[in-house]
Write a protein that binds this ligand. Structure first.
Ligand SMILES: Nc1ncnc2c1ncn2[C@@H]1O[C@H](COP(=O)(O)OP(=O)(O)OP(=O)(O)O)[C@@H](O)[C@H]1O
Ligand SMILES: [Mg+2]
Length: 325
């Protein structure tokens, strides 16, 4: 009978102590071992498993090796980007926030929860790139900005109408969030406009750690923002703060900033709601053009990216403070 202890030592040495439960399953030399791959990036797991198996198979008395890989399920910090109203710049902010956080060293991924109207593939230049399935889960699509991403827009053909009913939409959202995120620890989730089914599923099933609310300066949009705030507050999702987008118009010719909708309204509304104000992003031709071209302004050195970096700095502080508490 082959002794277990020396085999267990070999396995532990080889894997940096990641093995446990080594035992023979029968008298013909079938060995079983549990390999803990927590914290290892997806591509590093299989080579370690192979190395372990080969080393054990090389020992006398071992005829086959069954490796059971386990990984502690890492809780992702989910940050939802929402608004009560459509077209206020949630997707633009979500994309740039993710890129800016990445540039600050946060291991961040991006999910397009706008199941019916996905726009992140275009904003992140990954239209038509399909995610691969790894086992029963999806592998996020990489992009030039270092922010792996999943969107129904990468699954459906561009321009194709997505007409899923509620349960299917819920299932799709599940697949996007419960994916093989590897070493990502923070997910930015771009929500559809309003306070409907997808938002409620998202909040209840995938409990975000916090929410960023986007609003334009108009009173009407701010009323909608208050509605989004109350949706998150009812579900006890902390509000990270409010971002005022399309705040003031930066003239592309002279650079002068004018405020067609007045200024300071969003900041005052945030104060009235008792939530933090994360900053103003001006309405700028450069932001629209870069976004349409699939280059988030936060990815480059253009001054158009600066307001997004300022918002990201506050969100990064919030993430750090949450970790510390
Ligand atoms: N600060 C800005 N300056 C100029 N254009 C902007 C700005 N923010 C967003 N846009 C443009 O406004 C349009 C709507 O933005 P976006 O798609 O991000 O809004 P949304 O809130 O996600 O919309 P929806 O509710 O449809 O999901 C886009 O064409 C985008 O490029
Ligand atoms: Mg959007």
């Amino acid at each position: 009978m082959t002794e277990i202890a020396p085999l267990a030592d070999i396995a532990a040495d080889l894997t940096g102590g990641r093995t446990s439960g080594l035992r023979f399953l029968d008298d013909t030399g079938t060995l079983a071992v549990v390999l803990d791959v927590t914290g290892l990036a997806e591509p590093d797991r299989k080579p370690l498993e192979d190395k372990l198996r080969d080393a054990l198979l090389a020992r006398p008395g071992v005829s086959s090796v069954r490796v059971a890989m386990t990984a502690e399920k890492k809780a992702l910090t989910i940050i939802a980007v929402g608004s009560g109203k459509g077209g206020v710049g949630k997707s633009t902010l979500a994309a740039n926030l993710a890129v800016a956080l990445r540039r600050r060293g946060v291991k961040v991924g991006l999910v397009d929860a706008d199941i019916y109207g996905p726009s992140l593939p275009k904003l992140m230049s990954s239209e038509g790139v399909k995610p691969e399935a790894q086992g029963s889960k999806l592998a996020p699509v990489p992009n030039a900005y270092g922010v792996p991403m999943l969107s129904t827009g990468q699954i459906a053909a561009p321009g194709q109408a997505i007409a899923w009913r509620g349960p299917m939409a819920g299932k799709a959202l599940e697949q996007l969030i419960d994916a093989r995120w590897g070493d990502i620890d923070t997910l930015i989730v771009d929500l559809p406009p309003g306070t409907g089914d997808v938002q409620i599923t998202m909040i209840q099933r995938h409990k975000p750690a916090g929410a960023v609310i986007v609003s334009t300066p108009q009173d009407l949009a701010l009323i909608d923002a208050a509605r989004a705030v109350s949706l998150f507050e009812q579900a006890e999702v902390p509000i990270i703060g409010l971002v005022e987008n399309m705040a003031g118009y930066a003239c592309p010719h002279c650079g002068e900033v004018s405020d067609p909708f007045g200024s300071g309204g969003a900041e005052a509304a945030a104060a009235a709601m008792g939530i933090d104000f994360l900053g103003r992003v001006p309405l700028a031709m450069g932001i629209r053009l870069a976004s349409d071209g699939g280059v988030p302004p936060a990815a480059g050195t253009d001054p158009a990216g600066e307001p997004f970096h300022a918002v990201a700095a506050k969100v990064a502080d919030w993430i750090e403070a949450r970790k510390a508490s």
